[in-house]
Design a protein around this ligand. Structure first.
Ligand SMILES: Nc1ncnc2c1ncn2[C@@H]1O[C@H](COP(=O)(O)OP(=O)(O)OP(=O)(O)O)[C@@H](O)[C@H]1O
Ligand SMILES: [Mg+2]
Length: 233
């Protein structure tokens, strides 16, 4: 399968007081287009750091990251902003919906921020909310929805501008098992029906088995790469 993101020999250091933390050590990753990849590993192993690099939210100290064969570590900040805005979507652990807006308004607002054509916003927002199974909740505000419903609104918002890759950092961590699996069902549908590429992090074995590819991080290093679970081959 064609690769969409490649990270080569990545090193990332952080300074914390007088301490120097080697958060990623010679990391190589190959993300295939139209698949779901999960980064797993203990707290502090480097999952978020790696995802932020792949999603052009951060730059490595050493190494290269290719997105569709272009080295994005060499892009100027404005070009990286553009890349994120147009081709990537983000879902974070603690849902960042705007509280006073309805589900519909949150998704529509996201489209506005992404510069999506005004006359197509309504239909696209409704389509995405329907995709995540929330056609009956479009008018609900954040506090009128369950955690899983809110997370699905966040997914609708992340996919609405038709990105090629979704990055999701622990998207199911705050959800119970059933709601977590509902969110994963949406992710699997996006991969299978829309050919989206998804990169996410998780600790949960029930969630991890739904990946096509699993990278296991330990103390900043990739310890294991497996094609596994139900879908991997
Ligand atoms: N901005 C930062 N400044 C200093 N140290 C950092 C920074 N970000 C991350 N680190 C350190 O880098 C290491 C990796 O952190 P990271 O957030 O990637 O872990 P993680 O695998 O996502 O953990 P968790 O499962 O708890 O989210 C940790 O030791 C962390 O303390
Ligand atoms: Mg993390």
């Amino acid at each position: 399968m064609e690769s969409i993101i490649q990270a080569r020999n990545i090193n990332r250091f952080f300074k914390s007081g007088s301490e120097r933390i080697h958060a990623l050590k010679n990391v190589h990753v190959n993300i295939k287009a139209g698949t779901l990849t999960i980064l797993k590993g203990r707290s502090g192993s480097g999952k978020t750091t790696l995802m932020n690099l792949l999603g052009a939210l951060d730059r490595p100290d050493q190494g290269e990251i290719f997105f569709q064969n272009q080295d994005i570590t060499k892009f100027a900040e404005s070009k990286r902003d553009d890349l994120r805005r147009r081709q990537m979507g983000f879902v974070f652990q603690s849902v960042a919906l705007i509280p006073l807006m309805s589900a519909y308004e949150n998704v529509e607002f996201g489209l506005r921020v992404a510069g999506y054509e005004p006359q197509k916003r309504r239909a696209r927002a409704e389509e995405c909310l329907a995709f995540v199974g929330l056609q009956k909740r479009m008018g609900h505000r954040t506090h009128e929805m369950s955690g899983g419903e809110q997370q699905r609104v966040a997914i609708a918002r992340a996919i609405a501008h038709r990105p090629e890759v979704i990055f999701a950092d622990e998207p199911t961590a705050q959800l119970d098992t059933l709601m977590g699996l509902q969110v994963m069902k949406v992710f699997r549908d996006l991969v299978e029906k829309e050919r989206l590429t998804i990169v996410m992090t998780s600790h949960d074995p029930n969630i991890i088995e739904l990946a096509d590819t699993i990278y296991e991080l330990q103390d900043g290093q990739i310890m294991n790469e497996s094609e596994s679970g139900i879908y991997g081959g």
